[in-house]
Design a protein around this ligand. Sequence first.
Ligand code: MG
Length: 165
Amino acid sequence: MKANGMRIGLGHDRHRLVAGRPLVLGGLTIEFEMGLDGHSDADVLLHAVTDAILGAAGLGDIGEWFPNSDPQWANANSAIFLQKAVDEVRQRGWEIANLDCTVHAERPRLSPFKRAIASKIAELAGISDDRVNVKAKTGEKVGPVGRLEAIDADAIVLLVPSLRG
Ligand code: MG
């Protein structure tokens, strides 16, 4: 099937903040007193990005591709999920035009890491840095994010036909 037109995809994820886990966001480990709980490395941002990419190509969701009941994915590096999604959309003739995302975290303060996280996502997805944007918001001290119970992430991606054919 030849890709034509454009496809847009949306991703959202939430993981609980707990003691005794590393905080992995966008493929980077960030120094903090808590981390995200989950079956894999619980990288909430890469999960949202992966879902956006899968969604844009009409390929379902991350839970179908990488079930959290599968021991194969216990403590998995979520970069594997992202790279598999990128490979699948490339095989179908698509490339990522741009990717925008938001991390919702009361703490740690993420603004110093936004550029590094965007670069890491671009590297993992095999695209240039200027195609990835990362934003950070707090939870305004209310809700699960504001109470430091969770970190949320949203992502949106635009796919266009690959010039490589
Ligand atoms: Mg997840």
